[in-house]
Design a protein around this ligand. Structure first.
Ligand SMILES: CC(=O)CC(=O)SCCNC(=O)CCNC(=O)[C@H](O)C(C)(C)COP(=O)(O)OP(=O)(O)OC[C@H]1O[C@@H](n2cnc3c(N)ncnc32)[C@H](O)[C@@H]1OP(=O)(O)O
Ligand SMILES: NC(=O)C1=CN([C@@H]2O[C@H](COP(=O)(O)OP(=O)(O)OC[C@H]3O[C@@H](n4cnc5c(N)ncnc54)[C@H](OP(=O)(O)O)[C@@H]3O)[C@@H](O)[C@H]2O)C=CC1
Length: 294
């Protein structure tokens, strides 16, 4: 089995930045790629800000932080990604976008490269089929915020071989995270359970069962969830939540997974949650305190 020392991450959004950070902290050389230079610059600031907190608390020295940041190279090109030992596709949750990236990337890959996707819901087998290496392709699903959350879901496609699975599981252990295995069904385990709950919270809002503050307080204080479901939807990204509901609805063919029309409308309005400044809360107040919108 080839040693994995370098990692290529495609897509520098909230997940790509967090994944780049945890690999760099664990000593891997990271290449982070995105179409947009501004997203890459924002990812660098996000990593710097996130580790800045550790420096302030004294859990990381300034030198360690600087060495970690030096291990993350950013690029708008795809070519440098192809030479990495492990690649993690981490772009927008859209099957066509992911397939286009994987098709473009395939001719650039070294023979040894293990290819993975951080998809929240899409079929690993279908994504693998557009590459030249379905046997060395699998789902590697990190949770948000990546530096904090302990779990990584591992998902085999139908063709994933045991050596690939074992090497990816070994890499997860070096990050200090715990892996669980899920089968390749729509949205796997975490999002099969979590995102319908968020969608149901949007239905409760849509039907007037409660307002944003009462629905979130009910689940925070009544079920000990660290965030209310609407706050969590905003945190994940309402576009991503809607994409996951659509995959569940289409893939399992059960009306219980139909996305709430209010969720659809928010995404159509560009109200995507934290990342766009507005979702079920407005994040643009001068004092930084989120304000419920309904
Ligand atoms: C959609 C998918 O495909 C799958 C998914 O990811 S689903 C989403 C899964 N994630 C969740 O459910 C998250 C739910 N929320 C939480 O667990 C918590 O609210 C939270 C961990 C995000 C924040 O916790 P909190 O106690 O309110 O905040 P806070 O006290 O500021 O932070 C706790 C710690 O996390 C760190 N932290 C918080 N956010 C961070 C971030 N984005 N990056 C790095 N560190 C972060 C803080 O620095 C702090 O560290 P220390 O304890 O060492 O000081
Ligand atoms: N949000 C979450 O809580 C979680 C998300 N995930 C999964 O991780 C993936 C990324 O999600 P997240 O980081 O939240 O999404 P974001 O919207 O924050 O980021 C996606 C990034 O991908 C970029 N991108 C789009 N197309 C391409 C392309 N062709 N080549 C390179 N980059 C591209 C986007 O650029 P631009 O903005 O310019 O379009 C953006 O920077 C998704 O598959 C999602 O389902 C997994 C676990 C948790």
């Amino acid at each position: 089995m080839h040693m994995i020392t370098s990692v290529g991450v495609i897509g520098a959004g909230q997940m790509g930045a967090g994944i780049a950070q945890v690999f760099a902290q664990a000593g891997y050389d990271v290449r982070l790629s995105d179409l947009s230079q501004s997203q890459l610059d924002a990812a660098r600031s996000r990593i710097s800000g996130s580790t800045g907190r550790a420096v302030t608390r004294g859990t990381m020295s300034v030198e360690e932080r600087d060495r970690m940041l030096d291990r993350v190279q950013i690029t708008t090109a795809l070519d440098p990604i192809g030479a990495a030992d492990l690649v993690i596709e981490c772009a927008t949750e859209n099957e066509e976008v992911k397939k286009r990236i994987l098709r473009d990337l395939t001719p650039l890959l070294a023979d040894r490269t293990v290819l993975t996707t951080n998809t929240s819901s899409l079929s690993i087998t279908r994504l693998a089929a557009v590459t030249d290496r379905p046997q060395r392709f699998m789902g590697l699903h990190f949770m948000n915020p990546v530096p904090v959350m302990k779990l990584v879901e591992l998902i085999r496609g139908i063709a994933t071989d045991q050596a690939t699975f074992a090497s990816v599981a070994a890499v997860v252990a070096t990050l200090g995270k715990t892996a669980t295995t899920s089968e390749d069904y729509p949205a796997f385990i975490v999002n099969r359970l979590l995102v319908p709950m968020i969608n149901e919270a949007v239905y409760a809002l849509y039907e007037g069962v409660g307002n944003v503050a009462s629905i979130d307080a009910a689940m925070r204080l009544g079920s000990n969830h660290p965030m209310g479901p609407l706050e969590l939807g905003d945190f994940i990204g309402l576009d991503t939540c809607l994409a996951i509901m659509n995959v569940l609805h289409d893939g399992l063919g059960d009306s219980k997974y139909r996305p709430c029309p209010l969720l659809v409308k928010f995404v159509e309005a560009g109200w995507l949650g934290r990342k766009s400044g507005r979702g079920f809360y407005d994040y643009r107040a001068a004092d930084g305190v989120p304000v419920p919108t309904r």
